[in-house]
Write a protein that binds this ligand. Structure first.
Ligand SMILES: [Cu+2]
Length: 357
C-alpha cells in the first residue's frame, strides 16, 4: 500500500478450532464492523476473533515506508493442548526500499507483537469495546428469560482406549447446553420433520430453559455432574417473542471461551462478566442503549455473556459453539420458532421438487 492510504481489512477466523489474536506491526487498527454489523469505531493494537467471527478494520499507512508483519496466533483460554505456531503475511509499503527482504537486514519486515496465548484480559478488554454506532432498539419486555450452561463433560466409553476415548480414565470428551448433549438427527432433518408434523423419532421440544440442577458453575464442580444426557431437543419460541439468554460457561473439564453462534438471527450482546451470573446484581450493568449486534459471541472463560433478540424468523435454528470439535461433542441446541400470521411470517413451503426420500 502507498503511504497515507487507508485500506479495509475484513478479518475472518476460519481456524475451526481456535480463537485467534491478530495484529499488524507498529500499526493501530480501527475496528468499524463485526459479524457484518457496523460498530462504533475504536482503535486497538490487536483484535481477537473466535471461529466464525469476522472483524472489519481500517488500516492507515502512517508509518515509515518499510515491510511490516501481519500476524495471528492462538488465544487459548482452555486448559488443553493447542497449536502455538504463528501465521504471518507481510504488509509492504509501495515506497519501501526495493531491496529484497533477505538481502539486507535493515529491509527485513518488522515483527508484530501479539498478546500471550492465555491473555484473557486483553481478549476481554477488546471485546468490551464493541458497541453499536448509535442507540439501537434492544428488546426490553423479555418474554423468554433463558439461562444456558455451556461447557464440556465426559462420557464413559464402552470400549476404552479406542481412538475416540481420549479423556481421562477411559472416558471420552463430550459437551452440552443445560446438561443436554445434542445428537444430530439421522432419519430426517429437524426442519422437515417439524414442517411435516412428524417429529417422533427425530426431535423433542423439551429442551430445558434452565439447568436441571443449580450448582457453582465456575467453581469446583462435583464429578457427579460431569456426564450430560444425550438428546435431540428443541426449545419452542412464539413468533415475535423477546428473548434473553444468559450463556454461562462451566468449569467442567476446563473453563473455556466458547464462541456461541445462533443461526437465523443477529442478537445484541447486552452484558458480560466473570464467575457465575447473578441476576440481582449483574442485570443493572447491562448496556441497553448501544450494545453490539453480532451473530457469534464468546462466553468468557469461567464467565457469562447475555444476549437479546426478537424471535421474528420462523423455523428451526441451531445455536451452537463454533469450535468445530465442540459441535459434534454436543454443544448445540435448536430453537423452534413458530409461525406468525400470514405467509409473510411463516416458513416457506418446501420446493416442489424436494426429493421424497
Ligand atoms: Cu466450545
Amino acid at each position: 500500500m502507498g503511504s497515507g492510504e487507508i485500506v479495509l481489512l475484513r478479518v475472518i477466523n476460519s481456524a475451526l478450532n481456535q480463537e485467534l489474536f491478530f495484529g499488524v506491526a507498529n500499526h493501530k487498527l480501527t475496528v468499524v464492523a463485526a459479524d457484518a454489523s457496523y460498530t462504533k469505531p475504536f482503535s486497538t493494537n490487536v483484535i481477537m476473533l473466535g471461529p466464525g467471527q469476522t472483524t472489519d478494520v481500517l488500516l492507515t499507512a502512517d508509518q515509515p515506508p518499510a515491510h511490516y508483519y501481519m500476524a495471528a496466533h492462538a488465544y487459548n483460554s482452555a486448559n488443553a493442548a493447542f497449536d502455538n505456531t504463528t501465521t504471518t503475511a507481510i504488509l509492504k509499503y509501495k515506497d519501501a526500499s526495493c531491496v529484497t527482504l533477505q538481502a539486507k537486514s535493515q529491509a527485513r519486515a518488522i515483527p508484530a507483537q501479539l498478546p500471550g496465548f492465555n491473555d484473557t484480559a486483553t481478549a476481554a478488554a477488546f471485546t468490551a469495546q464493541m458497541k453499536s454506532p448509535s442507540k439501537v432498539k434492544v428488546p426490553l419486555e423479555i418474554d423468554e428469560n433463558l439461562f444456558f450452561t455451556v461447557g464440556l463433560g465426559l462420557f464413559n466409553c464402552p470400549t476404552p482406549n479406542t481412538q475416540r476415548c481420549q479423556g481421562p480414565n477411559g472416558t471420552r470428551f463430550t459437551a452440552s447446553i443445560n446438561n443436554v448433549s445434542f445428537v444430530f438427527p439421522k432419519q430426517n432433518s429437524i426442519m422437515q420433520a417439524y414442517y411435516q408434523g412428524t417429529p417422533t423419532g427425530v426431535f423433542t421440544t423439551d429442551f430445558p430453559p434452565t439447568p436441571p440442577v443449580t450448582f457453582d458453575y465456575t467453581g469446583n464442580v462435583s464429578r457427579g455432574l460431569w456426564q450430560p444426557t444425550r438428546g435431540t431437543k428443541a426449545y419452542k419460541l412464539k413468533f415475535n417473542s423477546q428473548v434473553q439468554i444468559i450463556l454461562q460457561d462451566t468449569s467442567i473439564v476446563t473453563t473455556e471461551n466458547h464462541p456461541m453462534h445462533l443461526h437465523g438471527y443477529e442478537f445484541y450482546v447486552v452484558g458480560t462478566g466473570v464467575g457465575n451470573f447473578n441476576p440481582n446484581t449483574d442485570t443493572s450493568s447491562f448496556n441497553l442503549i448501544d450494545p453490539p449486534r453480532r451473530n457469534t459471541i464468546g462466553t468468557p472463560p469461567g464467565g457469562w455473556v447475555a444476549i437479546r433478540f426478537v424471535a421474528n424468523n420462523p423455523g428451526a435454528w441451531l445455536m451452537h459453539c463454533h469450535i468445530d470439535s465442540h459441535i459434534f461433542w454436543g454443544l448445540a441446541m435448536v430453537f423452534l420458532v413458530e409461525n406468525g400470521e400470514g405467509h409473510l411470517q411463516s416458513v416457506q413451503s418446501p420446493p416442489l421438487d424436494l426429493p421424497q426420500c
